[in-house]
Design a protein around this ligand. Structure first.
Ligand code: MG
Length: 171
C-alpha cells in the first residue's frame, strides 16, 4: 500500500486527467463547428491521450492495492470566442496539470516512495512535451492564423496527426 496522501493525490489525478479529456473534447467540438477538421483531429487525439493518462494511474493504483475513488468529472466551462482562445486555454491547462504532477512527485519524495517517483517520471517528461506542443500550436497560429491560405495548410498538417498508445504500459 502506498502512503495515504500519495494515493489520495493519485486518485485526484485520475479525475484531472479525465477532465483534461473532457476539455479537449470540447476543443475538438469547437474546431469541428469551425470546419477546421485538422485542428479538430489534433484535439481528439489529445483527448485520447488524456484518457490513457487516467488509465495508467488507475492501473498503477490497482497494482498497488490502493483504494480507487471515481468522482464526478466537472463540465468544461471555458468560452472560446476565437481560435487563439482555445490554444491559450490548452497551454494554461497543461501548465496546471504539470504543477499537479509535481505536487504528487513532491509528496512521494517526502515519504521516500521511490516506486511512485519512478512511475511519475514518465508523466514529468510527458508534461514537458505537452507544454512544448501547446506552445508550438500558439506560435504556428500567430505566424499563419491570420492568412486564410496558411491556415488551410496548417489545418492539413494537423489532420495528419495520428494516435499512438503511450510508451508507458502497465500490465
Ligand atoms: Mg494528461
Amino acid at each position: 500500500m502506498l502512503n495515504k496522501k500519495v494515493s489520495d493525490l493519485l486518485n485526484e489525478q485520475i479525475n484531472k486527467e479525465l477532465y483534461s479529456a473532457y476539455l479537449y473534447l470540447d476543443m475538438n467540438n469547437y474546431f469541428d463547428k469551425r470546419g477546421l477538421n485538422g485542428f479538430a483531429n489534433w484535439y481528439m487525439i489529445q483527448a485520447q491521450e488524456e484518457r490513457d493518462h487516467a488509465m495508467l494511474i488507475y492501473k498503477y493504483l490497482q497494482n498497488n492495492d490502493c483504494p480507487i475513488k471515481l468522482t464526478a468529472i466537472a463540465m468544461p466551462d471555458k468560452k472560446f470566442k476565437k481560435d487563439m482562445d482555445v490554444l491559450k486555454a490548452g497551454l494554461e491547462h497543461e501548465e496546471y496539470v504539470t504543477a499537479s504532477i509535481h505536487t504528487i512527485y513532491d509528496a512521494a519524495y517526502k515519504v521516500k516512495d521511490f516506486r511512485t517517483m519512478q512511475f511519475l517520471d514518465w508523466f514529468v517528461k510527458e508534461q514537458g512535451e505537452e507544454e512544448t506542443n501547446a506552445r508550438d500550436m500558439i506560435t504556428k497560429m500567430e505566424l499563419f492564423g491570420t492568412d486564410q491560405r496558411s491556415l488551410y495548410m496548417l489545418n492539413q498538417e494537423l489532420a495528419a496527426r495520428t494516435y499512438s498508445a503511450p510508451s508507458l504500459v502497465l500490465d
